[in-house]
Design a protein around this ligand. Structure first.
Ligand code: GRF
Length: 208
């Protein structure tokens, strides 16, 4: 059983897509135990409360140091018996101690076809501006495991979409978000069913 902590900073539409997939039975063997946000105004916290899920605002400024912030998060994770972490539009770096404690158990979603258009500073509309600026013919979304290298962890799932002539960063963002809502629940389903293997060379194998 995956006992998931979702980390989110924004609207939380991916978080909602995941909850809907759990509630409809598309994902079995998984539940969201807690949602954590650095942003007290995050839509994700509102969604959590609507669904009766503990929704916590945890901000670095409430702690004395990076270490005590990481320890605070770790103790929340252990009190909710979290064994899997899903980053859904979380804008803060995850402390390396948490990445080590949850090796191969933290997922992120990125609104482009990694390894292109990722890395520090590549978030929100900037990603889509860069994709259009590079005159790419296609874009997409990537679900990947989180390791110490920003946006560089092993790729689990990717889905592509065609870029049309009239696309703007905003229209592209909307199209990509739609496929995010498909592949994020699907990736979590694969983990929940034990169908993902990651070997020592960070090679991901999916059996379905
Ligand atoms: C998504 O585009 C995701 O790829 C990125 O942040 C955005 C989150 O959107 N990491 P939402 O809060 O899930 O609606």
């Amino acid at each position: 059983m995956l006992n998931i902590a979702v980390f989110a900073s924004g609207k939380g539409s991916n978080f909602k897509a995941i909850l809907d997939a759990i509630n409809s039975g598309q994902i079995r063997n998984a539940r969201v135990a807690v949602v954590i946000s650095n942003n007290s105004g995050a839509g994700a916290l509102v969604i959590g409360r609507e669904y009766g899920i503990p929704a916590l605002h945890m901000s670095r400024i409430k702690f004395e140091s990076d270490e005590s912030f990481a320890t605070g998060i770790q103790s929340v994770l252990s009190s909710y018996k979290v064994n899997f972490i899903v980053l859904a539009g979380y804008m803060k770096k995850i402390d390396p101690s948490i990445i080590r404690a949850y090796k191969n158990k933290i997922l992120n979603i990125h609104p482009a076809l990694l390894p292109k258009f990722g890395g520090q500073g590549m978030y929100g509309l900037r990603v889509h501006e860069a994709v259009l600026g590079a005159r790419e013919k296609e874009s997409g979304a990537t679900v990947h495991l989180v390791d110490e290298e920003y946006d560089r962890g092993p790729i689990v799932l990717q889905k592509r979409i065609r870029i049309d002539n009239g696309d703007t960063p905003e229209s592209l963002a909307a199209k990509v978000l739609e496929i995010e809502h498909e592949i994020y629940p699907e990736a979590i389903r694969l983990f929940a069913e034990g169908n993902i293997r990651i070997d020592n060379h960070k090679q991901v194998t999916i059996s379905r």
